[in-house]
Design a protein around this ligand. Structure first.
Ligand code: ATP
Ligand code: MG
Length: 315
């Protein structure tokens, strides 16, 4: 018997040809995972194949989508490969366990001018530093969705950090995304770039603004959340696959229903809260001071620290 072809798409399943696959996709069953979790009767009704054939297709899909298991020991080994990028502030580094981690998504949310972008600029520089100085000796992919990337800030911060400003700018690849589709595509197509340019940090500033602008009103909320979910999932895959750091910024919206405490919540709600590994909340204090609150972390206690935004960067 010839060796069976690996199953990667619906068309590869036994008894499913291109036409049947199209019918399934049109009905929303557009992945092997979805076939694997379907009922035979349902699949049969949608596609027109008989129930026996449907059962076989489901079994094959289940086989092809077996979950990855890794031993805790192998995972510990992987954790030891995790790199950390210094934020420029010793206190903030300590708060988050040594710096912004690879194989993770770090989300920073806060109001306008709270310093989300400035922290991004600092990380874009620091990622390039030697390891013993808090860097990863790598390049940076910067998705600018708001047109607020400032090369001159990078040059100043780089100089202060002891890097040649020209080289530092060369090592930051900026994608100016004008629509959520462009933003998503940039992440979809990042594989080659990451490998060729030794990208160790991806910055998305801001993660949510284009989605918020494009999907207005209650009717569009579902679609917005779905797209955001798939985008952040894609970023998580990149973080894990290449062991790189992902830093995303997010605005906050006023939450008038809340009477006490700080009445603000990050845009995107649960979708993002669940996908981000570490969540930081930035807020303005006196003059150039900002208060950073660690809201969520898998291995560090909640806490706060104060950073300063200076002309030379974060201290
Ligand atoms: N060259 C500089 N020297 C000192 N401080 C600066 C400099 N440039 C910007 N800042 C400070 O950074 C603040 C802006 O921070 P940043 O742009 O990071 O805000 P943000 O949180 O990204 O806001 P938004 O939601 O509008 O994008 C300014 O209000 C200013 O205090
Ligand atoms: Mg900003």
């Amino acid at each position: 018997m010839p060796k069976e072809k690996a199953i990667r798409e619906l068309e590869d399943l036994p008894g499913i040809g291109p036409t049947t696959a199209e019918k399934l996709k049109a009905a929303g069953i557009d992945s092997l995972e979805k076939v694997a979790t379907s009922f035979p009767a349902n699949l049969s009704e949608i596609s027109g194949i008989n129930q026996e054939a449907a059962k076989k297709a489901i079994a094959a899909a289940q086989e092809a989508t077996t979950l990855n298991t890794e031993s805790a020991k192998a995972l510990l080994k992987k954790r030891q490969d995790v790199g950390k990028i210094s934020t420029g502030s010793k206190d903030l580094d300590e708060l988050i366990g040594g710096g912004v981690e690879t194989d993770a998504i770090t989300e920073v949310y806060g109001r306008f001018a709270s310093g989300k972008s400035q922290l991004g600029f600092q990380l874009a520089v620091n990622a390039q530093l030697p390891r013993k100085e808090g860097g990863l000796e790598g390049a940076v992919l910067f998705l600018d969705t708001e047109g607020t990337f400032r090369p001159e800030r990078i040059a100043t911060i780089a100089k202060k950090a002891g890097l040649d400003p020209e080289t530092a700018l060369d090592n930051i690849l900026v994608v100016r995304a004008m629509s959520s589709d462009q933003q998503m595509l940039a992440a979809e197509r990042a594989d080659k770039l990451i490998q060729e340019k030794n990208i160790r940090l991806i910055i998305v500033d801001s993660l949510t603004s284009l989605f918020r602008a494009e999907f207005l009103g209650r009717g569009a909320l579902n679609e917005r959340q779905q797209k955001l979910n798939s985008h952040i999932h894609r970023l998580a895959v990149l973080a894990n696959k290449y062991n790189i750091a992902v830093y995303v910024t997010n605005q906050v919206m006023d939450n008038p229903g809340m009477m006490f405490g700080d009445p603000t919540t990050p845009i995107g709600g649960n979708v993002l809260a669940h996908a981000a590994t570490t969540m930081l909340y930035l807020r303005k204090s006196k003059e150039d001071k900002r208060i950073v609150r660690l809201v969520d972390s898998p291995n560090m206690p909640e806490g706060e620290c104060v950073i300063k935004i200076t002309p030379d960067g974060i201290t």
